[in-house]
Design a protein around this ligand. Structure first.
Ligand code: TLP
Length: 349
């Protein structure tokens, strides 16, 4: 199977498995796991921040960040396709008691400008309205097709937010993809944000785990919340050993995934009735519209599966994600499979 459903499906390398087997471990709830301590120090240094904490998943990292930045009965602002809003099962509401205000990005990129955000802020609302307490951004933006936000844009947004007394949390699940596409360092993309979550799993290749990065005080709070949510994981150095390799070696090869995604997007653009803007494919996520093909996304995805290609369909769109277990040849095969499926429809062009 050529699995393009997500970069979450990546499998740990032999080197990671060997490091996991050999990992020195201790009880992390007592702060005694040397491998996790090393990974947390490395992550903090990588982002030039005071501290970092390993969390079992990106979702838990985001949930803890929202909890620490808000109080019950307040509100957060996020772009309407954001992961925290659409794929975290209302965790902001359940865990933090926070309302999520979805805002459209006026340029369609998934990245809100300050002009998009400003009218949505409730700074000193009347007593019967929830006050805005947090702005969440996502880079790269998953369901906006892996689009990226520049360091300048991020800085400007954060400066404005801070002027309004609002913290900014960066869902940087794929921040290394964004940095690779922009040719900059992750530090530049995260420098002005109050907290950053990034995933060691996904494109970097670890089997599990994400990091939450921020001030020492913030991470101390995160440690309590991680435990409260059931994420205190004892001899977790076994996973941290893979995480260290993911952090140190994973980012270097992301450009290959981006090249594969671009080639895929170019081939898709040449197919009749497929809707895609090739220019907007700059990382490892390819989302295309199939509403003019005469088939539903679900039908196309089912047909692809029969030909050995896995993708995700939602509404009239299909998402394909490139990653370390997908080769150039796999991409050619996926293109051929899709070409055959779309050629077989007698839908008028
Ligand atoms: N994204 C997954 C699904 O949940 C949609 C995927 O297949 O892309 N932030 C962003 C931007 C994400 O894309 C994801 C996972 C998360 C957070 C959550 O990470 P995990 O899966 O580790 O909880």
């Amino acid at each position: 199977m050529i699995d393009l459903r997500s970069d979450t499906v990546t499998r740990p390398s032999d080197k990671m498995r060997a490091a996991m087997a050999a990992a020195e471990v201790g009880d992390d709830v007592f702060g005694e796991d040397p491998t996790i301590n090393r990974l947390e120090a490395l992550a903090a240094a990588r982002f030039d921040r005071e501290a970092a904490i390993w969390v079992p998943s990106g979702s838990m990292g985001n949930t803890i960040a929202v909890k620490l930045h808000t109080e019950p009965g307040s509100e957060l602002i996020i772009e309407e396709r954001g992961h925290i809003l659409n794929f975290e099962l209302g965790a902001a509401a359940v865990v933090s008691g926070v309302t999520t205000r979805a805002v459209k990005s006026s340029d369609g990129t998934g990245h809100l400008s300050w002009d998009d955000i400003a009218p949505a802020i409730r700074k000193n609302p009347p007593y019967y309205q929830a006050a805005t307490r947090l702005i969440c951004i996502e880079n790269s933006h998953n369901f906006a097709g892996g689009s990226v936000m520049t360091p300048e844009h991020t800085r400007e947004l954060c400066e404005n937010a801070h002027r309004e007394g609002l913290p900014v949390h960066l869902d940087g699940a794929r921040i290394f993809n964004a940095a690779t596409a922009l040719g900059c360092d992750v530090r530049e993309l995260a420098a002005d944000c109050d907290s950053v979550m990034f995933c060691l799993s996904k494109g970097l290749g670890a089997p599990a785990g994400s990091m939450l990065v921020g001030s020492a005080e913030f991470i101390e709070g995160a440690r309590s919340w991680r435990k409260r949510l059931g994420g205190g994981m004892r001899q977790v150095g076994i996973l941290a050993a893979a995480g260290i390799i993911a952090l140190e070696e994973g980012p270097q090869r992301l450009a290959v995934d981006h090249r594969n995604a671009k080639n895929l997007a170019q081939a898709l653009a040449a197919m009749p009735n497929v809707g895609i803007d090739v220019e907007r494919v700059v990382t490892n996520i390819v989302i295309f519209d199939v509403s003019r093909t005469g088939m539903t996304a679900a039908e196309i995805v089912a047909n692809l599966k029969e030909k050995g290609v896995l993708a995700i369909g939602f509404g009239t769109q299909i998402r394909m994600v490139t990653h370390l277990n997908v080769s150039e040849t796999d991409i050619d095969e996926a293109i051929a499979a899709l070409g055959e499926i779309l050629d077989s429809t007698d839908f008028p062009l």
